[in-house]
Design a protein around this ligand. Structure first.
Ligand SMILES: NC(=O)c1ccc(NCc2ccccc2N2CCOCC2)nc1
Length: 250
């Protein structure tokens, strides 16, 4: 998976490229991340990258020319890579809400260019001309698009085959079946007077699978019933959820 990033703060992306699962994926060459900084395309003495908004109002916008040239440089580099043309994505509160299903769709793109806005955003005409899709990581405002871009990138990188390795990707699948995750436990068996559920110590893998699925179903029912509404529960899931809710009442 190839990522091009257009940002005034490329160093921020080291959080993704130098740490953890995403850092390993980059190191192993399963994922590549290249950055283009609009400031490198600002040719005036002050390397101006912001500009005043028509119609007045507080704050500034990103200056069109440096940003446009940075996006075009990223496109040019993407075109050197094999595969279909890159999709150019702008992270903004006005975008399509990102969720696991959306991340799966983005994974099919092979090459993504992510534009991180700063100041109060960018000129609408530049969006119309250069941006293919606007995406949002949630209904809240960030100081810039970088952390939204890294959030999108991380959730997509985890879906790249072989990044998580075979075993964990199985867990990932169960989580991605639209349910909340089950509770997890590790040593010690007795922690501050609270024990690990016996089933997890039983070594009975089928019982453990059913227990974990029951917990995921019950938690989803309790905390995010909206997620349940979107699912068609199979017989086993329906039975387990009913058991969970009956046990809850006792
Ligand atoms: N939810 C998200 O995905 C998200 C993404 C970006 C973002 N901020 C950068 C930004 C990008 C585009 C437009 C405006 C802005 N903002 C700049 C700062 O002022 C507020 C508006 N915030 C939240």
């Amino acid at each position: 998976m190839w990522f091009g990033v257009v940002s005034l703060f490329p160093d921020m992306f080291r959080a993704l490229t130098e740490h953890g699962v995403s850092g390993r994926a980059v190191k192993q060459g399963k994922v590549s991340v290249s950055c283009w900084n609009p400031r490198d395309y600002a040719y005036d003495n002050y390397q101006t990258v912001d500009d005043r908004p028509y119609g007045g109002g507080p704050g500034m916008l990103m200056k069109i020319q440096p940003l446009e040239e940075a996006i075009q440089a990223a496109r040019h580099s993407a075109d050197q890579q094999p595969g279909k043309p890159a999709k150019v994505i702008y992270l903004s509160p006005q975008g399509r809400k990102l969720d696991q299903q959306g991340a799966l769709e983005l994974l099919q793109e092979d090459k993504l260019i992510l534009v991180a806005g700063r100041y109060e955003g960018i000129d609408e005409r530049l969006i119309e001309r250069e941006i293919d899709e606007e995406w949002s990581i949630g209904d809240f405002v960030l100081s810039g698009g970088e952390m939204a871009a890294m959030t999108l990138m991380d959730t997509v990188i985890r879906l790249v085959p072989e990044v998580l390795g075979h075993n964990q990707s199985a867990e990932q699948d169960s989580f991605m079946d639209g349910l909340l995750d089950c509770p997890h436990y590790t040593r010690p068996e007795q922690y501050q007077g609270r024990a690990v559920p016996d089933v997890l110590l039983s070594g009975n893998h089928e019982k453990i699978r059913r227990w974990r699925l029951k917990q995921s179903l019950g938690r989803t029912w309790e905390r995010r019933p909206d997620l349940l509404d979107a699912l068609e529960l199979n017989n086993e899931q329906q039975t387990l959820l009913t058991e969970y809710l009956n046990e809850r009442e006792t």
